[in-house]
Design a protein around this ligand. Sequence first.
Ligand code: COA
Length: 348
Amino acid sequence: MNLIETLIGKLQVHPKRFVFTDGKDARVLQAARQIVTRKMGAPLLIGDRTSIKEMAAKLDINTKGIRIMEPERSSDIDQMREQLRAIPRFADLSDEEIRDKSIEPSVFASLLLKSNRADALISGATTKASNALRALFQIIGTQPGVKTASSLLIIDMEAKEVGIHGALFMGDCGVIPDPDAEQLADIAITTARLAHHLTNERPKVALLSFSTYGNPRHPSVAKIQAATELAREKARQVNLDADIDGDLQIDAALDRATAQLKKTEGSPVAGDANVLIFPDLNSGNIATKLIHLLSGANKYGQIVMGLNKPAVEISRGATAHDILGAAAIAGCQAIDHRLLFGMGNNAG
Ligand SMILES: CC(C)(COP(=O)(O)OP(=O)(O)OC[C@H]1O[C@@H](n2cnc3c(N)ncnc32)[C@H](O)[C@@H]1OP(=O)(O)O)[C@@H](O)C(=O)NCCC(=O)NCCS
């Protein structure tokens, strides 16, 4: 059974509340219908009720079991505004500014998540990634001990011998433009931890580069080699049982024959990687979209890592199935909230 079907099975036992910031988007409506039909929980769509109903009618989608929330007309809006004002960075805003900010879909949805009126948030279908991420960073914030949030994306290949039964876990393809070695090590650890949590398989983490065991005189190679050492140390500190290696080129990471040719004997990762860490956002974002466009593989994400609550920032090119899969991943993070997010901040 593939990864997403396994996760949907878990949600059918522990259904969750999913808030979507782009309620009237056709793909979001289709994913929401699936969540109800497959008994994964309750979808909550943010947006104008009339437009959402019109779109649903146009698509012949039954909205039974789908909740619609218009921020400005919501019975929770006063409490949401108080919560917003209670966040230090918004404390000095005027009443009018608070009123306007609180009804922005990304902000209102983040406030619902923060106050436990939703368990997982899905944004980005029609909004720029930066806007969706800013609201999450400013309202939900990062877990204790985590300075920088990042993201992971799962590519689910037809070729089941690649990665973990066809699933490759890739980070950070959506948030940090130019991570330093410390941030790359954090990305490697958070990505590997979730890969293990979702699959119960041993993470084999490759820190990617244009070189394989290259010359550290080049600053980018030196960064990857430093990040590899830091990631191994952090894995020991958090008792994460994983193999970590780098700098590795993508072919040496995924192809056994090439790995041999490139003298990576003894590497527990080369030729067998299932977690891929990209040196920067350009390479990560380009690679994931290229794989998707050329192979048609499903892609689930961006799963935002390091936040206090489960959230997804999907790309504007996502299909309804990609959105359902990403929601299932965030929903399963919510099931294991204490384990994945610690005890803190569950009280909103
Ligand atoms: C995420 C992003 C918008 C943050 O940019 P930025 O210029 O740092 O944004 P701001 O300075 O407005 O930061 C807003 C807040 O988020 C915080 N923040 C920014 N990046 C963060 C991160 N990675 N982790 C945690 N918090 C972060 C800032 O500290 C700031 O907090 P404050 O307002 O409480 O002081 C920017 O990194 C970005 O655009 N990333 C790429 C997104 C993208 O296009 N991805 C492609 C998707 S397909």
